[in-house]
Design a binder for this molecule. Structure first.
Ligand code: NAP
Length: 273
């Protein structure tokens, strides 16, 4: 019997956090890993650990096509795509300039779609494959000042749900991973985006309350390795769930959102303004 071919995974946003941990998780399981990042220097360490690496900004359509072509040309297959790259844009809806909102969707929504469109012909031809989209707790629930980010992750969730139904018949699985707080540089980067919004003092109190809640949740944040384990398990499952919630904070929030009437949370937030 010929040996089983080595499975191949392509991951975005491997410069840090969940993306880097995910590359290592697949590598440890014996996969051929394509670890990509905007700046190639950020994945040099992963290259030394025997990942294949490539420069990939998910907003660059030509680069997306080039990288997917390179994967298929060199390794002849693509078994899993992990759409991990993303960032959070802070700000109340009234404060976020539309070009920042567009930038948020370019990375968190259109980027994953570009990659999906590039890999799907290969997965359909092989009649197998797994697409893992890293969403967020904020793909399920929303809180004030998270509209841009939550909007992008909700859009990613809807697109993933449609895609799952469209490609199931071709042997391709589509999975959402929904972490709560994770110990990465994500929240610091999110706070930096505050500088790009037209701040209005009327939202100051709300902003402070949300910031306190966010800093509290950071104390119980899970490690990026924990998320990477879930991404890997979802990718190799023969019958994956549609969505995997990661972390107790996310579990509680999703449950509370299901059980509490929307009016109750709205009442609470109204009193904070
Ligand atoms: N940390 C959390 O609490 C948390 C919770 C729920 C969901 N998530 C999701 O998890 C994913 C990974 O985030 P993380 O926590 O690991 O944060 P992170 O350490 O900030 O990593 C984000 C990654 O996305 C990359 N990225 C940003 N814009 C990009 C672009 N245009 N093209 C390609 N790559 C780009 C970053 O690359 P550069 O270094 O080049 O900027 C970085 O590698 C994101 O989708 C995020 O929404 C995070």
């Amino acid at each position: 019997m010929p040996p089983e071919p080595t499975p191949v995974v392509l991951t975005t946003g491997c410069s840090s956090g969940i993306g880097r941990a995910t590359a290592r998780r697949f590598l440890a399981a014996g996969w051929r890993v394509w670890a990509t990042s905007r700046n190639p220097a950020d994945v040099a360490e992963l290259a030394r650990e025997s990942c294949r690496t490539a420069a990939l900004d998910v907003t660059d359509a030509e680069q997306v096509d080039r990288v997917v072509d390179a994967v298929v040309e060199r390794d002849d297959r693509i078994d899993c795509l992990v759409n991990n790259a993303g960032f959070g844009q802070a700000g109340a809806v009234e404060e976020v300039p539309v070009d920042r909102l567009r930038a948020q969707f370019e990375v968190n929504v259109f980027g994953p779609v570009r990659l999906v469109q590039a890999v799907l012909p290969h997965m359909r031809a092989a009649e197998s494959g797994a697409i893992v989209n890293v969403s967020s707790l904020l793909g399920r629930v929303v809180y004030p000042t998270s509209g841009a980010y939550a909007g992008s992750k909700h859009a990613l969730e809807a697109l993933s749900d449609a895609l799952r139904m469209e490609v199931a018949g071709f042997g391709v699985d589509v999975v959402l991973v929904e972490p709560g707080a994770v110990r990465t540089g994500f929240d610091d980067r999110l706070r930096e985006t505050q500088g790009s919004v037209h701040e209005r003092p009327v939202y100051e109190r709300l902003r402070r309350v949300v910031d306190v809640a966010q800093r509290l949740s950071e104390r119980t944040a899970v490690s990026p390795d924990r998320v990477a384990d879930v991404v890997y398990e979802a990718a190799v499952s023969t019958d994956p769930e549609a969505r995997y919630v990661v972390g107790w904070d996310a579990r509680v929030a999703v449950l509370a959102d299901r059980l509490l009437p929307a009016r109750a949370t709205e009442w609470l937030y109204e009193r904070l303004v």
